[in-house]
Design a protein around this ligand. Structure first.
Ligand code: HEC
Ligand code: HEC
Ligand code: HEC
Ligand code: HEC
Length: 244
């Protein structure tokens, strides 16, 4: 028993050092979305603040969705130069906003507090609040397909442009992937495969909620593509879809 304890303390000391040396934490556990150690989460679930196996959200805005859905009065993005028509947030974006718009508790499940406790937790920290006014945030919840790219003229075709390809029509066409790219899980996939959900642009086009793919493991804000390219230039995420 004593030897196991010593081993466990050894591991506990060694793991954070290893992780911080690489600056990488892959996966939900240990990420900003790991609520397993919050006092309200008596079951210590890593996934259960968001998903359950049974009795989940009728609307299934995200797979096996266990969280209560926000009914806030959203103001969507609009601009005279937009080609896409953007409506109210839906699908996976609405799922994110159900915590991030600050109107519901983090553990507010579809039928009472999640996590085996009886009390609701607090709402999101103001530093991580997005919305309900979304007119100052990148447009979300709309179809981004080849037709939109053609109509806009300043977007890559999401069905043919692959992550890591040189840019079309630009003089500096360095492929906009991080110079020290370890997230090979997205390289060679089209924008549609790597970043869109059902051809739609959502919060998850830029962020990986589970901190798995692309740059997300090493990005504090879970960005799928972040860092600088081999010429030292940034804004890689924006330069992936936009031809600007
Ligand atoms: C903070 C909320 C949150 C947590 C915690 C979370 N997920 Fe998710 N999950 C989502 C959202 C939102 C989606 C849909 C959008 C997307 O895929 O980005 C999703 C999608 C999924 C999908 C389907 C799409 C895919 O990527 O395959 C699976 C499977 C999944 N989650 C499993 C898990 C498991 C297992 C855990 C625990 C280790 C977990 N999730 C933890 C929010 C969460
Ligand atoms: C169950 C509630 C919940 C859901 C659902 C959820 N989040 Fe979060 N998210 C949080 C909390 C809580 C934090 C930690 C905020 C803090 O205190 O900094 C966080 C942190 C983040 C951060 C890091 C911000 C920072 O300042 O550290 C990002 C980015 C993020 N979430 C994006 C998303 C996206 C995108 C989705 C949907 C795919 C999503 N979240 C779904 C609760 C949630
Ligand atoms: C076009 C890509 C993109 C989309 C779409 C997007 N984000 Fe972000 N997000 C970013 C970037 C880049 C940052 C870093 C800070 C910045 O540039 O404002 C960020 C920062 C954040 C943060 C950290 C706190 C902050 O305000 O800086 C949170 C939380 C977050 N996003 C959640 C969301 C949620 C929820 C959605 C959907 C409603 C979403 N994001 C949609 C790219 C995106
Ligand atoms: C996954 C693809 C994708 C990523 C990543 C992305 N965008 Fe976009 N963005 C789009 C699409 C599609 C539109 C809609 C364009 C339209 O319909 O006119 C858009 C719209 C915009 C608009 C509004 C255009 C208008 O006419 O009002 C701006 C500005 C913008 N993006 C800037 C950015 C910036 C800055 C980043 C990086 C933080 C970024 N985008 C990342 C796909 C993306």
């Amino acid at each position: 028993m004593k030897r196991i304890h010593i081993l466990m303390i050894g591991l506990a000391l060694a793991l954070p050092t290893l992780a911080s040396a690489q600056g990488v934490n892959r996966g939900t556990a240990g990420s900003p979305h790991d609520f397993s150690t919050n006092s309200w989460n008596l079951r210590r679930g890593v996934c259960s603040a968001c998903h359950q196996a049974h009795h989940t959200d009728e609307a299934q805005i995200a797979p096996l969705w266990a969280h209560r859905t926000s009914t806030a009065a959203f103001v969507p993005y609009s601009s005279p130069t937009m080609n896409a028509s953007v409506g109210m947030p839906s699908g996976a974006s609405l799922a994110c906003l159900s915590c991030h718009d600050g109107t519901l508790a983090i553990n507010q499940g579809i039928s009472g507090p999640l996590g085996g406790g009886s009390t609701l937790s607090g709402t999101i920290d103001p530093s991580a609040q997005i919305g309900p006014d979304l007119h100052t945030t990148h447009p979300i919840s709309f179809v981004y397909d080849a037709a939109l790219a053609a109509a806009d003229g300043g977007l890559e075709d999401p069905t043919t442009y692959k992550i890591g390809d040189p840019k079309t029509r630009l003089t500096i066409s360095t492929p906009p992937v991080p110079a020290s790219w370890s997230g090979t899980s997205l390289t060679g996939k089209t924008i549609n495969e790597a970043l869109l959900i059902n051809q739609r642009m959502e919060c998850s086009s830029c962020h990986d909620v589970h901190k798995m793919d692309g740059s997300a493991p090493s990005s504090g804000i879970l960005l799928k593509i972040s860092g600088t390219d081999s010429s030292g230039r940034g804004s890689l995420l924006c330069r992936t879809c936009h031809v600007k």
